[in-house]
Design a protein around this ligand. Structure first.
Ligand SMILES: C[S@@+](CC[C@H](N)C(=O)[O-])C[C@H]1O[C@@H](n2cnc3c(N)ncnc32)[C@H](O)[C@@H]1O
Length: 186
């Protein structure tokens, strides 16, 4: 992760994988018995994938989307049998359509969305919104607690924040519902 951070900066935006505390918190509240499809965006070395693979029920589709080919290779070795898609989160709905999936119950994101240009961030969230079930959640981790609440409120009507003080550095998770649109440019 440190090497990738040095190479790619803003598309990685973190030099260490998420802790198990953060991985558990981002998945907290998911009804695994009811979920038909869960998608992870930006899996990196797989700390959140690990939690999802442990919890997901037989019959639930779990799709992991990661842009970096080296991380994909590593994820496939670590989670044989998991559906690891090498692709861009901005095309999430198309990647899912290729698999016959039209609706997702939960999207769990480790993407560094605030570091992305507005256009890319907007494209990713619009793609997520096209697939998300009406009561579905978009879950976004952050290493900067509370700071981006307003950013996500620009896209979702309901944004809650769960602090993870035991992560180093202290981190947290935004749980977002009710996508409305891209924010109006200032
Ligand atoms: C901060 S790392 C998160 C890693 C991991 N989820 C964790 O919690 O430790 C961000 C990950 O997003 C991936 N990524 C960046 N842009 C992406 C994109 N457009 N589509 C899919 N993955 C992307 C990077 O390759 C990297 O693995």
């Amino acid at each position: 992760m440190l090497r990738k951070f040095a190479q790619h900066g803003t598309s990685i935006a973190s030099f260490a994988p998420s802790s198990r505390f953060l991985a558990r918190t981002i998945c907290k509240g998911i009804d695994y018995d009811a979920a038909k499809c869960i998608v992870e965006l930006g899996a990196g070395t797989g700390p959140i994938t690990n939690e999802l693979v442990r919890q997901v029920r037989a019959g639930t589709r779990l799709v992991i989307v990661e842009l970096d080919p080296d991380f994909c290779k590593r994820l496939r070795a670590k989670f044989p049998g998991a559906d690891i898609v090498e692709g861009d989160a901005a095309h999430m709905d198309k990647l899912l359509a290729d698999r016959g999936i039209t609706q997702v119950d939960h999207v769990v994101s480790g993407l560094p969305l605030p570091s992305f240009p507005d256009q890319l961030r907007g494209d990713i969230l619009a793609s997520v919104a096209r697939s998300l079930a009406p009561n579905g959640t978009f879950r976004q981790l952050t290493n900067m607690p509370y700071i981006y609440w307003k950013l996500y409120r620009g896209y979702f009507s309901d944004v809650r924040f769960n602090l993870v003080p035991l992560n180093l550095p202290p981190a947290g998770v935004y749980v977002c519902r009710g996508y409305h649109s891209a924010p109006v440019a200032p």
